[in-house]
Design a protein around this ligand. Structure first.
Ligand SMILES: [Zn+2]
Length: 210
């Protein structure tokens, strides 16, 4: 598992979390001293350190001067960025892909940074709507673009494993701002870009009529 290799921040309270998990296991009907579970509390402590590492990312260090002046004013985007998050209601994973497109206004961001921005906000306890908005707010703040579209398609294990069990259902959330919302031609352009480059036609339907 990736979190067993990942470095854990010095300040992260792995043992305090482990203690809670040791207390939880008997409540679930388990024996925390049996072989297979002996190291589980510590592993869970380390896992939470990684899955919530977004709280401890310094946005300035993340950007690391990767904002550049540019007079390009066409559509720039990164599609199908994988994300993994935890729903704040059940602490179960929700995951999927994010698509980000913008029209620059004198500034562009290094393309490798966009997935890092998505990850910074995904690795927290979240709801998909807020995750989408935080990505959009952050990029609006650092780029002040003429237009911006952030679309997330997520599968939520709390819906899939429990209750309705609709394993194919995907939740679509979007924040569309500036000229990508107001200019019909640009709006059509980014939606076409999205479908051609990885988004599904179902996704376009979910985004609603123009
Ligand atoms: Zn949930």
């Amino acid at each position: 598992m990736p979190w067993e290799r990942a470095p854990v921040d010095d300040q992260w309270p792995v043992e305090a979390i482990a203690e809670h998990i040791r207390g939880l296991l008997p409540l679930l009907g388990e024996d925390p001293t049996r072989e297979g579970l002996r190291d589980t509390p510590t592993r869970v402590g380390r896992m939470f350190a990684e899955l919530t590492s977004g709280y401890r990312v310094d946005p300035q260090r993340l950007l690391n001067d990767a904002i550049f002046a540019s007079d390009y004013d066409g559509l720039v985007g990164v599609h199908s960025i994988e994300f993994y998050s935890l729903c704040e209601h059940h602490m179960l994973p929700f995951f999927g892909v994010a698509h980000v497109a913008y029209v620059p206004n004198g500034k562009v961001i290094g393309l490798s940074k966009i997935p890092r921005v998505v990850e910074m906000f995904a690795r927290r306890l979240q709801v998909q709507e807020r995750l989408t908005r935080q990505i959009a707010d952050f990029l609006t703040q650092v780029l002040a673009p003429k237009g911006l579209a952030v679309v997330l398609e997520g599968a939520h294990l709390c819906a899939i494993m429990r209750g309705v069990r609709k394993s194919q259902a995907r939740m679509v959330t979007q924040e569309v701002r500036g000229v990508l919302a107001t200019d019909a031609t640009l709006r059509r352009e980014w939606q076409t870009w999205l479908v051609a480059r990885g988004g599904s036609t179902n996704l376009l339907a979910a985004l609603g009529p123009e």
